[in-house]
Design a protein around this ligand. Sequence first.
Ligand code: NAD
Length: 517
Amino acid sequence: MSLAEEMDTVTDVAAGSVERHATSSTFESTAPATGAVVGMFPVHDPDAVAETVTQAFAAAELWAGLGFDGRRQRLDAYRGYLARRLHELADLVHRENGKPHADAILEISLAIDHLAWAAGHARKALGPRRVRAGLLAANHAAYLEYQPLGVIGVIGPWNYPVFTPMGSIAYALAAGNAVVFKPSEYTPAIGAWLAAAWRAAVPDAADAFQVVTGFGDTGAALCRAGVGKIAFTGSAPTGRKVMATCAETLTPVLMELGGKDAMIVDDDADVVAAADAAVWGAMSNGGQTCIGVERVYATAAVYDRFVAEVTAQVRELRPGSDDEATYGPMTMPSQIDVVRRHVTDAASAGARVITGGTDPDAFPGEGYVAPTVLLDVPEDSAAIREETFGPTLTITKVRDAEEALQRANDTSYGLAGSIFSGSKSKALDLARRMRSGMTSINSVLTFASVPALPFGGVGDSGFGRIHGEDGLKEFTRAKAITRQRFALPTNPMSFRRPANTADQLARIIGMVHGRHR
Ligand code: NAD
């Protein structure tokens, strides 16, 4: 298909999904590798966002009314539609985000698997159930269920433009909500494609998933539009702004923010496997991964071997936009300056740059950053403390795994991390004490591909969870119901209770609980 034909396809898709609401201006999305226009999209203003959300609320009633089975059937149809068009979507992701086609396929495959899990497990996680009424309400039946919030506003980033928002969209829909999604201004065509695919696959609930496009102001308008919750994925500074805007209307928020994830390589680790995982974790997607490996702490016993292995593997990498390239260009051009600043600062503070770096030679072309490995980086430098979000890796020698853990935890972020160790019990102990929402042992990023596991961070990495049962519950409110089955001879919660009721109650409580010391 020629570029012109491809653009027509994307524009058609956009027309079907995002141009239904009047707006005064538009913006272009361009391919980071070539600068070619991918599509033209409306800048949805507050009125257009409000109109979309109103439609979504109407759709939400219908969608919730379908029940778990009706929703599952339609979510299954959506995943089938996506699976049949996997290559078409991967082409668009490759063009608009820049990542290699193969990585786009991996990303979309993960998203489809999460869709299947969310649809298949919603009833069990959220459906009505009886719970034990307990001692004080033994004459009652107690019921618990998790009800949808109505409309969820999803604000997404550009780095995993399918997988990341789908972690909220799939779980919010499965829980019975409608969704209005504001994709990143760098990847609006992908967002529009996802919504158009929904309309095609689920025509009888088309408005249950809609897209609005634009910049930060459009996202802020979504925060103010009266949605039941905002699921935000992006940087910590923007997250703070989103929370402040949501505070105006007491709209609850889920915050999936940045990270500065560390890998610990212990004395008895498989060094070659650890190096392979570190290089993939740091450099794939051009390092533009919230759960990417940015720091490694390797014990003195393995440090030299690990550095040699990483160096050898990194030399095999080649950024580019062709099919053989190992990773693509930086999707957001301004991120190149951040990466350059971190590398330059580290080098001037005494770090050794063993591959890549800031030389013009090391930046292989406009929009690309060479894979960069830094040794001996001072712990107070930006390359250790701030999210770099580029294909860089710092490797630091430590005495032992305890020192590695202490340094890994010494950050304001706490998204994920990894541990390479030959000892299962030691690795599990370290993983439990790692201050992060997720940790993988002897691999990297694996938790993201396990739908049953919740995904989210602590500290500056945010709060709340997508994925798993927690991710389904995140988009609901718990509803508690009791039903009196029979009346007791005396009701302690009545003004007509006998005078000795409280004494009797105190005696029972003393018998049941008083023996515990
Ligand atoms: P960003 O914070 O610049 O933008 C994210 C989204 O917020 C975009 O859609 C943007 O238009 C919107 N936005 C900007 N200003 C806004 C405002 N005032 N009100 C409402 N919305 C506003 O982030 P980015 O550059 O698109 O993405 C990269 C960041 O996302 C990195 O920090 C990365 O670590 C993080 N991220 C986190 C996760 C996770 O799951 N924790 C996943 C992917 C990316």
